[in-house]
Design a protein around this ligand. Structure first.
Ligand SMILES: [Fe+2]
Length: 318
């Protein structure tokens, strides 16, 4: 049993709340699985979670729509660059047609031998739907949005990370994290994330030494971090100790994210990684299990700020 099994979630800083919600729930056919607020700092900002109907780890995309605070980031190197989600083999044509019909420019391409659909979130963050023949997860069907089980997104395929220095990132992913390098060529490198359940996923490292460095702050238009699933606290803590012992002291203490617990580590390639595991109650901690993602919920420690935060959030219809 590896200390990591696939991804837990990917987190982006986007722009408008409404366009973000409609992009994931309507255009891509994911489900809202939690609607809460940013736990860090003082700004009233939504934290929106999307994924399979039950919110299984490895399907989760989370966003901080940042139009209201009006903080904009710069996409660049030494930063996560592309959100990649897996689709069934042969589903690319469906998605190219669907996206273009819905006003999202999309085309097919191949990288590292994997066929994929290339498009972008309304805020500009690159997205890809990658055909993955070895992914055993069931596609996420959403009949209300015209997405059948034949074509649905299966969950996270991975993040593509832009780096100036290939070697430092290679060491981090294989020595600090238990990943396996499966490709190394002129396009960059691919690392397989260990999996206990057949949800094969990757980190793609794109060597872009001439691209200016992207921002690391929470700022619209950028990917903030890639979260890996440790399954439980023991794996999280032993992996955290291993990473710290190597000298990567830029790793956070465990943070309580209500539905999961997280440690964050800055990789030498610049991208922020997270080690996360879902607490036993999961998404049902503050909503009925069969109605997650339907209401706006606040963690107990924001009880005295709830009215002020609600008043400060960007207006949107869900
Ligand atoms: Fe996270």
């Amino acid at each position: 049993m590896s200390k990591i099994s696939g991804y837990h979630h990917l987190t982006l800083c986007t722009h408008g709340v409404q366009e973000d919600y409609e992009f994931y729930t309507k255009t891509l056919g994911l489900y809202s699985i939690k609607r809460t607020v940013l736990f860090d700092g003082v700004l009233p900002v939504y934290h929106l979670y999307y994924g399979s109907p039950t919110g299984e780890a490895s399907t989760i995309i989370t966003t901080f729509p940042f139009a209201k605070p009006g903080v904009f980031g710069r996409r660049g190197s030494n930063q996560s660059k592309v959100v990649m989600q897996a689709i069934p083999v042969g589903a690319s044509d469906f998605w190219v047609n669907r996206l273009n019909e819905m006003g999202v420019t999309a085309h097919k391409a191949t990288r590292f031998g994997a066929d994929r659909v290339i498009f972008a979130h309304p805020c500009g963050i690159p997205h890809e739907l990658v055909e993955n023949p070895s992914d055993t997860r069931p596609p996420i069907a959403n009949p209300d949005q015209g997405v059948s089980a034949e074509h649905g997104i299966k969950g996270i395929y991975g993040g593509a990370v832009s780096v100036m220095d290939r070697t430092a990132m290679d060491d981090f992913l294989t020595v600090a994290l238990p990943m396996t390098k499966v490709a190394d060529n002129h396009e960059g490198m691919v690392f397989a994330v260990p999996s206990n359940n057949g949800a094969t996923s990757m980190v793609e490292v794109l060597h872009e030494p001439d691209v200016a460095q992207g921002t690391w702050t929470l700022a619209g238009g950028t990917i903030h971090h890639l979260a890996l699933n440790t399954g439980d606290e023991d794996n999280q803590m032993s992996l955290r100790a291993h990473i710290e012992g190597l000298g990567f002291t830029d790793i956070s203490e465990q943070k309580d994210r209500m539905y999961f617990k997280s440690c964050y580590v800055r990789s030498p390639g610049g991208a922020l990684f997270e080690l996360a595991w879902t607490v036993p109650e999961g998404w049902a901690k503050d909503e009925p299990a069969d109605a997650i993602g339907k209401t706006l919920v606040f963690p107990p420690w924001f009880a005295d700020r709830q009215a002020e935060m609600e008043a400060g959030l960007e207006p949107a219809e869900f």
